[in-house]
Design a protein around this ligand. Structure first.
Ligand code: GLP
Length: 243
């Protein structure tokens, strides 16, 4: 795992943006695995800025998202589909038909997971972007998710519901379940770029990098990936720096 410690969130975003822009310039029809959350927001702003200023084009790019709340429609303002459109896709020249995400309203959950797995097989990801949950989750793979998991429905943990409630009107509105790409599928991406910012991620970052790989900390699986870069700011690196 290659680790880059940025001075602050702004530097983290700049470094992450060049990583993605380079990928798209080298391969204009790249498939990008994208993530939601507050961490990639700075990076997404910079992709938009670069697209406007330098014309980097996403016309042939395909995007596959990690996860979606179960029970939220793509027009719900807390759905991840909505988040991606508002914070990125609407500002780029990407063809929305090439942007995929699980359907939170699917009637048959199992069939939806199978549909998404087929899609992931059809479009192997050149780069997978990841954020980190404070409990070490990646996408919505909570602690003790099997390492060989594919797309599945998750019961969200109390800590994730609490973390994510900051974006909802109140905690009762946070869905209790979600669809997520599995750990095996995440590991199939050719390259992985993980971002973590802030002191509340320091413990998970430390364990992900230093502790023995184990299903109790989903992100620790990344130690086994051949081409994984971790960009963290100083606060998130606190455990590593002060050890
Ligand atoms: C959520 C998402 C993850 C995200 C993580 C961190 O639960 N499912 O994909 O990486 O939380 O979010 P944030 O970047 O807001 O800290």
């Amino acid at each position: 795992m290659k680790i880059i410690i940025a001075e602050d969130y702004d530097e983290l975003s700049v470094r992450a943006a060049s990583f993605i822009i380079d990928t798209v310039k080298r391969k204009p029809d790249a498939t990008l695995g994208l993530a939601t959350g507050t961490t990639p927001l700075g990076l997404y702003q910079l992709l938009i800025q670069d697209h406007n200023r330098n014309g980097t084009s996403y016309k042939q790019v395909r995007c596959v998202n990690l996860d979606e709340y179960k029970g939220l429609s793509s027009t719900h303002n807390q759905s991840y589909a909505y988040f991606m459109r508002k914070n990125l896709f609407e500002h780029l020249d990407i063809d929305l038909n090439n942007a995929y995400i699980e359907n939170g309203m699917a009637e048959d959950g199992q069939a939806e997971c199978e549909r998404y797995d087929k899609l992931l097989e059809r479009f192997p990801r050149d780069l997978q972007l990841l954020g980190l949950g404070s409990n070490g989750h990646i996408a919505f793979n909570e602690p003790n998710t099997p390492f060989d998991s594919t797309t599945h429905i998750v019961d969200l943990t109390e800590s994730t519901i609490k973390d994510n409630s900051r974006l909802f009107a109140n905690i009762a509105e946070v869905p209790k379940q979600a669809y997520t790409m599995g750990l095996k599928s995440i590991m199939q991406a050719r390259k992985i770029l993980m971002l973590a910012s802030g002191a509340n991620k320091a413990d998970a970052v430390y364990k992900m990098v230093k502790c023995k790989t184990g299903e109790n900390l989903p992100a620790s699986i990344l130690q086994r990936h051949k081409d994984c870069t971790l960009i963290i700011d100083k606060e998130a690196a606190g455990g590593l720096i002060n050890q």
